[in-house]
Design a protein around this ligand. Structure first.
Ligand code: KDG
Ligand code: MG
Length: 402
């Protein structure tokens, strides 16, 4: 079999998505997600100008060799743009393999290790009462794990809480909006939130929380310690992770489990975190870390150190990535949990898919390949619109991590 054609689709059914479609001479085609939130056109251009010409004529079954060709062969390695482009090709080729062999991708990754993929939902609110009500609503919907994010008294807006009564979507059209941040106010409020939340809902549901890279290691250590009585499933991205040793300080002070990795691109971003057992969950996603070929190696390495997976699954990861994550999650032995932030109705219509949710778990479905498609004529109705993630400043105006 040979790759005969590949092209990039850019659409915005509620939010922007970049999708690679790869066709073969035997009539099979595959899809790969290449969306990099707020920097979409960089990956689209990288693919069209630099990658697509190099894959025409290659055998789509050679996922390992093509991965190495695009990674080592570029000379310039890693980085979010390169790794999202490699991921798009890689996932499209696994999709083709599955379709050609008439089997779901999970069978090519080792087969099912479990019956369903445990997922966590997003709950949020402008007050503790609203957060509690939203967690309870998700429990009634069947979720067994819920992430809780709250507005912080004294701050106008914060990560994870919608500004209007609509589903949370951080990327906004127009230039980047600016938020204000205070670690002091956040650290004062968050343990009280979880104390009231646990008292209201009991111990039977897993609770998670995303710090979104905003603290210093010693501040994160304090938070982890104060959250210990409320038994979080994890505390996510407590600090910006460029300095892997920062996690050592957190680890030395608290037994609250730590998860990180949604902005990582390769095993080299997580190598020290994993081998020193400074984290419990590695949250790299299929799309931003080189596709299934690389993520499987990350998971296998992590499994040696008791680190489990928890793939990023926000709405800026398209249904193609969600499908890939579910095939991956049902197959890898050291799976932990999968994030589930449901896509809009427009997005779901543009990307019809076989995956489903039932009683706290998601299922990839048994369609050959990934079981997700792209309705190209419907996608044309939603042209790309430039959008950015917000930026964050401290109360005195200093730029900080969003
Ligand atoms: O594009 C950025 C989002 O994907 C990110 O802010 C979402 O942190 C996130 C999460 O855990 O879903
Ligand atoms: Mg996160």
């Amino acid at each position: 079999m040979k790759i005969t054609r590949a092209w990039v689709n850019i659409c915005s059914p509620g939010r922007n998505f970049v999708t690679l479609k790869v066709e073969t001479d035997e009539g099979f085609y595959g899809l790969g997600d290449a969306t990099l939130n707020g920097r979409e056109m960089a990956v689209a251009s990288y693919l069209t100008e630099h990658v697509v010409p190099c894959i025409i004529g290659r055998d789509p079954f050679q996922t390992e060799d093509i991965w190495q060709y695009l990674y080592r062969g570029a000379y310039w390695r890693r980085g979010p743009v390169t790794m999202a482009a490699i991921a798009a090709v890689d996932v499209a080729l696994w999709d083709i393999k599955g379709k050609a062999l008439q089997t779901p991708v999970y069978n090519l990754l080792g087969g099912k290790s479990r019956e369903g993929v445990l997922v966590y939902a997003h709950a949020h609110g402008n007050s503790t009462e609203e957060v509690i009500a939203d967690v309870q609503k998700h429990m009634e919907m069947g979720y067994l794990a819920v992430r809780a994010q709250s507005a912080i008294p004294g701050l106008d807006s914060t990560y994870g809480v919608p500004k209007k009564a609509q589903p949370y979507e951080p990327a906004e059209r127009g230039l980047p909006s600016e938020s204000r941040w205070s670690s002091e106010l956040y650290l004062r409020h968050t343990p009280r939130l979880f104390e009231k939340l646990r008292a209201a809902i009991g111990e039977d549901v897993h609770l998670l929380h995303d710090v979104h890279h905003r603290l210093t290691p010693i501040e994160a250590a304090r938070l982890g310690k104060e959250l210990e009585p409320f038994h979080l499933f994890w505390m996510e991205d407590p600090v910006p992770a460029e300095l892997q040793e920062g996690f050592k300080i957190i680890r030395e002070h608290t037994t609250t489990p730590v998860a990180t990795g949604e902005v990582f691109h390769s095993i080299w971003d997580a190598h020290d975190l994993i081998r020193n057992q400074w984290i419990d969950y590695i949250r790299m996603s299929v799309v931003h870390s080189g596709g299934l070929t690389h993520l499987k190696k990350v998971a296998d390495f992590a499994s040696l150190y008791h680190v489990r997976t928890g793939c990023h699954g926000a709405t800026d990861l398209s249904p193609v990535t969600m499908a890939a994550a579910l095939h991956f999650g049902i197959a890898v032995h050291n799976f932990g949990i999968q994030e589930h932030m449901p896509h809009s109705a427009e997005t779901n219509a543009v990307f019809p898919h076989a995956y489903s949710f039932k009683a706290g778990y998601m299922y990839p479905g048994d369609a050959p390949g990934l079981g997700v498609d792209l309705d190209e004529s419907l996608a044309k109705k939603y042209p790309y619109q430039r959008a950015y993630l917000p930026i964050n400043r401290r109360l005195d105006g200093t730029l900080t991590d969003w």
